[in-house]
Design a protein around this ligand. Structure first.
Ligand code: PRX
Length: 630
């Protein structure tokens, strides 16, 4: 962890206050009033939220807090897919559009709630037929197509625990995740389509399952004509659904039964399998989709993430469907077929709520405002941001060019571990560029020093959450010690791993990670993961990786590599190393720069001092180097 976080606010803070109508019409209403209600009786607050959903059996207790372990809605029974589908089909939303998908060359697919339920039920029955049972793990490694959402909901239907792996990960990263989670089935597609090109996905799965003995079947969505051949153990997505009934009774799940595992980078080479459970996650994502995003029945909601990330789990699939929203998804990219692609989609689909990442916003800025200016964006009523700090320049641009200086910006701070939004500036509240906002009702957050003492307004420290919340992670799969570390680093509170500054009026500015995680274009990359990928190359003896500020991506990865004796530095070797990281970890983890060096700064106990490398790279003072080896 960074030792020095002596950060102070120097500049005056700008303010933008949306039209009072926003607050008046929002589900949330008056933030401060609701927050006070929560503080007065936290369990009553969450109980009220939970009661808006369908439960098969109600809870005995809202919360059982046995530090550092929390259980929520104990004794309750539910099924998340029933809340996302049947709840709507059984009432007035049966024929409402649940999902609109847009692909390349104008391809469009539309699913009503009824149609989505039928497809989910048929696929759930198909999974059951091949022996997938409650508690089994299913790995989903797919492109951004409706079948990915169907596969997730089908797992939820039968109580199988899904572990979705983003399609941009390479074979070694996928292999590690399949093995760690003991996946019984892998669901994939032959290809993913990016910018007019087909990228082979199944080939990566073929490699990733070679030494993964738990995998009994691979289900393949075959998109290409003629269809790829299927080998032993491999099944076709739609052939499996043929003849399957479109009714599948939802599995009765305990509120605390595991719901899904999602891997996120940690400070060691091994990613953490974050475990979420059914009841609390459902309540948290439902509550925030309704009261933070303010989703209403006539909204068309678009979150540009991939379901393979937590943002997609919580705010493409489970939260928005639980509130009965119309969700738009697309396989198109912001720069294809041209730089107007996303604005064109907003105009065409009349998107009302748009949720994206700062890295995308900075890319849009770079492409120029003439692109969004060509399109009618007047349908937008809320625009959101997630994944990394929304810097004031990006805020101003997003607000002015996309929001037309009136649409509130929801800069939502949260994590894979938190499952749901935690800090933001609620609809209608005054926004301060650079500041995410305040803890939402239901959440108690603070900025503290290393000892856990609350810092004075205007100063920086570590962001912590002071009490449990329903959608918090319950453990790290097979590694509970790593779970306890979140709550034991500073005893009594959940240490987030981010540096933050407390503003004068309770607003919180997030500065970035305080640990060895680099956020590159909104994706968490562990330095240790990239280092071990580099070291797995035959020419590399040692490697150290740092994050360097990048105007568009937030950070880029720079690697310092010591070669094994007998290998000489060359451009060709650099290319080879890049290719190696790309095929093992995936394109998202590729270094932007590689330097060959003879030595790396280390502590006397042999730990690489990345902080020193970074300071040197940036021409800054390396700070305390008393532990440096020499
Ligand atoms: O550093 C924070 C940053 O992303 C981290 C969590 O990453 P992940 O688990 O991949 O989840 C990303 C999507 C929820 C956090 O520890 N982060 C996320 N949102 C923000 C942010 N940093 C600043 N502002 C945000 N709005």
């Amino acid at each position: 962890m960074t030792e020095d976080f002596d950060v102070r606010l120097v500049e005056d803070v700008k303010s933008y206050t949306p039209d009072p109508q926003y607050r008046k019409n929002a589900w949330m209403g008056d933030y401060q009033k609701v927050y006070n209600e929560f503080l007065a009786d936290p369990d009553a607050f969450w109980e009220k939220m939970a009661k808006e959903l369908d439960w098969i059996k109600p809870w005995n207790k809202v919360k059982e807090w046995n530090y550092p372990y929390a259980k929520w809605f104990t004794g309750a029974r539910l099924n998340v897919s029933a809340n996302c589908l049947d709840r709507h089909v059984n009432n007035s939303r049966r024929n409402k559009v649940a999902l609109i998908w847009k692909g390349e060359e104008g391809r469009e697919r539309i699913f009503t709630y009824q149609k989505l339920l039928s497809q989910v039920a048929r696929f759930a029955n198909a999974l059951k037929k091949i022996g997938v049972k409650k508690g089994d793990t299913v790995c989903i490694y797919m492109p951004l197509v409706p079948e990915q959402v169907i596969a997730m909901l089908a797992c939820a239907r039968i109580g199988a625990v899904h572990s979705v792996v983003f399609g941009g990960f390479g074979a070694a990263a996928l292999n590690m995740r399949i093995k760690d989670a003991d996946a019984k089935v892998v669901i994939t597609a032959d290809i993913t389509i990016r910018r007019g090109k087909a990228i082979q996905l199944k080939a990566i799965v073929d490699e990733a399952i070679i030494n993964a003995p738990t995998v009994e079947n691979v289900i393949v969505l075959r998109r290409r004509e003629p269809p790829v051949d299927l080998h032993e153990k491999e099944l076709d997505f739609y052939e499996m659904m043929n003849g399957m009934p479109d009714v599948c009774p939802p599995e009765v799940m305990d509120a605390e039964d595991p719901f899904f595992i999602l891997y996120t980078s940690g400070s060691t080479g091994k990613p953490k399998g974050i475990v979420h459970t059914c009841g609390g996650y459902m309540v948290g994502t439902y509550y925030t989709s309704k009261y933070i995003f303010d989703i209403k029945d006539n909204d068309t909601y678009w979150c540009t993430a991939d379901p393979g990330w937590i943002t997609g789990h919580s705010y493409i699939v489970y939260g928005p469907l639980a509130v009965g929203a119309t969700v738009f998804i697309t396989e198109l990219t912001p720069d294809y077929p041209d730089a107007g692609s996303f604005w064109n989609l907003i105009e065409e689909q009349k998107i009302t709520i748009f949720y994206t990442a700062p890295t995308a916003i900075r890319m849009f800025m770079k492409m120029g405002e003439s692109w969004p200016d060509k399109y009618d964006l007047s349908s937008l009523r809320i625009i959101g941001s997630v994944g990394e700090p929304l810097n004031p320049e990006a805020f101003e641009w997003y607000y002015r060019v996309i929001g037309k200086s009136k649409t509130p910006i929801l800069d939502t701070w949260w994590q894979t571990e938190t499952g749901m939004h935690m800090i933001t500036t609620m609809i209608g509240e005054t926004m301060h560029p650079g500041f995410a906002g305040k803890p939402i009702p239901g959440i108690e957050a603070d900025v503290v020093d290393k000892d856990g003492t609350s810092v004075k307004p205007g100063t920086g420290g570590l962001l912590v959450i002071k009490s449990p919340w329903p959608s918090m992670l319950r453990t790290v799969y097979k590694d509970d010690e790593r779970y306890r570390k979140y709550w034991e680093t500073i005893p009594g509170v959940y240490t987030v791993g981010d540096l933050a500054v407390k503003g004068k009026d309770g607003y919180i500015m997030i500065l970035g990670r305080s640990d060895d995680i680099i956020i590159v274009a909104g994706h968490n990359i562990g330095t240790a993961e990239v280092e071990s990928a580099l070291v797995s190359h035959h020419a590399v003896a040692e490697a150290a990786v740092i994050g360097k500020p990048d105007v568009v991506k937030g950070n880029s990865i720079k690697a310092f590599v010591i070669l094994r004796v007998g290998n000489l530095p060359s451009d060709r070797l650099k290319q080879d190393l890049l290719h190696h990281v790309r095929t093992t970890l995936g394109p998202i983890a590729m270094p932007h720069e590689i330097d060959f060096v003879d030595k790396l700064p280390k502590t006397r106990s042999g730990k690489i001092m990345r902080r020193v490398l970074k300071a040197k790279e940036m021409g800054m003072d390396p700070g305390d180097i008393s532990t440096l080896e020499e």
